[in-house]
Design a protein around this ligand. Structure first.
Ligand SMILES: [Zn+2]
Ligand SMILES: [Zn+2]
Length: 143
């Protein structure tokens, strides 16, 4: 979890990006959501505070992913989700996605048993680990 505003600004500046109101708005909206939202949900959240069209959101997301501030995850439904990249107290983490409602939840961490090095051929460097568990969430199971 990041603290909104000050952390958003710090992360932008640390990545060498200007802390524009739109970039801050996108990061704050992501920090406020308890899961990794699809673009439309993120846009709806950003628009509560800031005027933004879809093209601008996509451009901003591309920039923030390139800068390593956000991570992009592919959903089981083929849509992309975004959440904060690991930094500080925000650890590397996996995701759970419900195959019925599509909500992608950030998990607190990666399983410690994931020993990727043991699976890989010699000389391989891992740059990104993506773990996604798919299933049915509690809400959909009750409904
Ligand atoms: Zn569900
Ligand atoms: Zn996440």
């Amino acid at each position: 979890m990041i603290k909104p505003m000050t952390d958003a600004r710090a992360r932008l500046e640390h990545a060498g990006l200007e802390a524009t109101p739109r970039r801050i708005a996108v990061l704050e909206a992501l920090a406020a959501l308890p899961h990794a939202p699809a673009a439309q949900e993120l846009l709806d959240t950003v628009r509560r505070t800031t005027r933004m069209d879809k093209v601008t959101l996509y451009r901003t997301l591309d920039l923030l992913v390139e800068a390593g501030i956000l991570q992009r995850h592919s959903g089981a439904d083929g849509t992309f989700r975004h959440c904060m990249a690991p930094a500080g107290k925000n650890a590397a983490h996996g995701h759970f996605q419900c195959t019925r409602c599509g909500v992608m939840t950030c998990l607190p961490s990666l399983p410690a048993a994931l020993d990727a090095a043991a699976l890989l051929p010699a000389g391989v460097t891992v740059e990104h680990v993506e773990v996604r568990l798919d299933g049915v969430c509690g809400r959909c199971q009750r409904g």
